[in-house]
Write a protein that binds this ligand. Structure first.
Ligand SMILES: Cc1ncc(COP(=O)(O)O)c(C=O)c1O
Length: 467
């Protein structure tokens, strides 16, 4: 969450402007930054907060986020009913714990856990927590191996593409693991097997493979990466496990690419995380993480809480967490079933392919991906288009509410600026066609009105608009 700083002295006594019709006495003073002495009527408080929020963007037009912005009214009702349940109180809410257990079982089947392997998993607040837990298990296992063998255990490293989401950078910084990034280069925008294996050594706790990349929606080739690590083990003896960051793809590939081997069918895959609140179609925040076997999750990471007179093992960074999202995840599984998820995601992919195909035909753009893995694609301006940038286009699209992010790629490709479109449930073909007609209009406008460089402080803001 953003870190906020206390406002300066001169602003501390500012008051909120309250519409006189919201209150009984026609005047009402509410300090902006201090706790009010007295409360307000609930309706007044509701109106005040709603008014504050009207400048937020329209979530349905947010093509930047992977996160669910629409659920059915029945799901919303269920979530409201479960809002007061604390996930950690397993003893008090044993049926919520049961729904979580069913979701873990459903996912272990979807991710092809070998029969009888006792694959183990849990819900989290999102993929970031799932990745943190997955990374900790890799680190603890490496420590144990090194200590048992009497070897130095002070210089762990983690191998991944430079396209990883920021949660992996966090994991490495918080746990003092050296991040070993394989850079993106033109023509190879994500991790491949040979490059991953080349970075590994005896201190590598694991390799992260992403399904699919936050940068462009492409899947990293998990099987190829694993086979390269098999060869590494045969040649040099380093046995390096793979964690699949399936934040988005974990809920897409089982439905759109069922034959793709990216999950526990690949023996080297030790653990997988996914966001229930992305293509799992639940409002934020729920994620999932799963280990192939109980051995892949060291016992000293596990804490036990009371459960029906006994104990239940837990692994989490948070303690208290709402139960509503887990109930909603189970609702979606029951509501949609395999075919429902397949239809929802196929519709998203049809829209993504239509949009990317039409954008490719427009002239000034080059596609980096089409949306064939995740229903997500990235595109850039052709090198000879210099009179405006993707940042100008992103800003102009905002005029009608479209939120299409423009950003630069990480180290080694920082001069490549792209736009990325994430298609999610609820973004219809009709909306896609409206977006295309606005895009054509703004391209024409920009072609006739070359843009100048904005001042550096604005330029910095533009490039940091990413998810
Ligand atoms: C590949 C990948 N990993 C991890 C995350 C973090 O996910 P969450 O927002 O669920 O914490 C994201 C978010 O976009 C992602 O794309």
């Amino acid at each position: 969450m953003p870190l906020h700083t206390q406002v300066d002295e001169s602003s501390q006594d500012e008051e909120l402007e309250v519409n006189p019709v919201y209150v009984q006495e026609l005047t009402c003073e509410i300090p902006r930054y201090r706790l009010p002495e007295h409360g307000s009527l609930p309706r007044t408080a509701l109106q005040i907060v709603r008014d504050e929020l009207i400048l937020d963007g329209n979530a349905r037009l947010n093509l930047a986020t992977f996160v669910t912005t629409w659920m059915e009214p029945e799901a919303e009702l269920l979530m409201a009913e479960c809002a007061a349940k604390n996930m950690i109180d397993k003893d008090e809410y044993p049926q919520t714990a049961e729904l979580e257990r069913r979701c873990v079982n459903i996912l272990s089947n979807l991710w092809n856990a070998p029969p009888g392997s006792a694959a183990t998993g849990c819900s989290t607040t999102g993929s970031s927590e799932g990745c943190m837990l997955g990374g900790m298990a890799l680190l603890w296992r490496w420590w144990a191996r090194r200590q048992t063998a009497g070897l130095d255990a002070t210089k762990p490293n983690l191998v991944m593409g430079s396209n990883v989401q920021v949660c992996w950078e966090k994991f490495c910084r918080y746990w003092q693991v050296e991040p070993r990034y394989v850079p993106m280069v033109p023509g190879r925008l994500h991790l491949r097997g040979a490059e991953a294996a080349a970075k590994c050594d005896e201190n590598t706790i694991g390799v992260v493979a992403i399904l699919g990349s936050t940068m462009d929606g492409s899947y990293e080739p998990v099987l190829e990466i694993s086979q390269a690590l098999d060869r590494l083990q045969a040649e040099q003896g380093h046995d390096v496990p793979v964690h699949v960051d399936g934040a988005s793809g974990g809920f897409v590939a089982p439905f759109l690419q069922p034959d793709l081997e990216w999950d526990f069918r690949v023996p080297r895959v030790a653990s997988i995380n996914a966001s229930g609140h992305k293509y799992g179609l639940v409002y934020p925040g729920v994620g999932w993480v799963m280990w192939r076997t109980p051995d892949a999750l060291p016992d000293d990471l596990i804490f036990r809480v009371n459960y029906l007179g006994g104990e239940m093992p837990t692994f989490a960074l948070n303690f208290s967490r709402p139960g509503a999202q887990v109930a909603a995840q189970y609702f979606n599984f029951v509501r949609l079933g395999h075919r429902g998820y397949q239809r929802v995601h196929q519709t998203c992919q049809d829209v993504a392919l239509h949009l990317s195909g039409e954008i490719a035909k427009m002239g000034p753009f080059e596609l980096l991906t089409e949306g064939r893995d995740l229903p997500v694609f990235a595109f850039k301006l052709r090198d000879d288009v210099t009179s405006y940038s993707v940042f100008d286009l992103s800003e102009r699209l905002r005029m009608r509410g479209w939120q299409v992010p423009a950003y630069t790629f990480p180290a080694d490709m920082t001069d490549t600026a792209v736009m990325r479109i994430v298609i999610r449930n609820g973004f219809s073909m009709d909306l896609a066609n409206l977006l295309l007609s606005d895009l054509r209009l703004h391209v024409r406008f920009l072609e006739h009105h070359p843009q100048t460089q904005p001042p550096p402080e604005i330029q910095h803001k533009r490039q940091s608009f990413k998810h």
